[in-house]
Design a protein around this ligand. Structure first.
Ligand SMILES: [Fe+2]
Length: 232
């Protein structure tokens, strides 16, 4: 197992037997580097349309409001020197308040919410900041092992300047007891790196009479980098 460990333990192990699907997908041979071509590093990241004002507000994408606890998730996208990264596309996807994804593959017996897509996107501002308004996701079962439940989490994707520079991670909520039992979260060896995936309740982001605020900075590289599921 250790041969697949990232050296400093801040990235998920590619083979972590308790996370059952890694037994099948972890590479058994040394990785092969594929040379980059010019189009790989110059091709545009996303389409001609720019995110509109509803793309980062998952509570207003349908005729009525979705069920659940309204939250604001905001933070900054930073490089290794804590400099902001502006103009980066950030996407998120998540389960609804009952822990169900609006996806054909999710068939666990929790209600779908017709007013919740579970998907959003935005572009970071000059200060590297992004913000989403959404619903706190529920935990869901996932059949990895007996009585396996994922802690509440939100999936994040960050695009760099080209399509190949995509980073994917998950954000968790403070104090969630399910994290201790979650092989995906626990597959990151370094405890301090794991903690960088936990958002922080932030009163300054909280809107009175409206929504709870959670802060979640994303650091793309360096000593304090956010653990990513995709290799950098
Ligand atoms: Fe998920």
């Amino acid at each position: 197992m250790t041969e697949f460990a990232i050296k400093d333990g801040s990235e998920p192990l590619l083979l972590y037997p308790d996370y059952v699907s890694t037994r099948l997908r972890a590479p058994e041979q040394p990785l092969v580097t594929i040379p980059e071509r010019l189009s790989d590093i110059t091709a545009p990241v996303y389409g001609w349309w720019t995110p509109d004002e509803l793309d980062n507000d998952l509570t207003r994408q349908r005729p009525q409001e979705p069920h659940g606890q309204r939250i604001i998730v905001s933070g900054r996208l930073l490089d290794e020197d804590e400099r902001p990264i502006a103009g980066a596309l950030i996407e998120l996807w998540q389960a609804n308040a009952a822990g169900r994804y609006a996806h054909s593959k999710d068939d666990h017996p929790a209600p779908l919410d017709p007013n919740f897509t579970g998907a959003g996107r935005t572009v970071t501002g000059e200060d590297g900041r992004y913000a989403f308004t959404t619903i706190r996701p529920g935990a869901y079962p996932w059949r990895n092992h007996a009585n396996a439940w994922r802690p509440a989490h939100i999936h994040f994707s960050v695009f760099g300047r080209n399509f190949k520079s995509r980073l994917v991670t998950q954000m968790y909520f403070p104090g969630d007891p399910m994290m201790a039992y979650d092989p995906i979260y626990q597959s990151i060896p370094d405890a301090r790196a794991r903690e960088r995936l936990i958002s922080r309740y932030d009163l300054s982001l909280t809107k009175p009479e409206w929504a709870l605020g959670y802060a979640f900075d994303i650091v793309v590289r360096g000593r304090n980098a956010t653990p990513f599921e995709t290799p950098r």
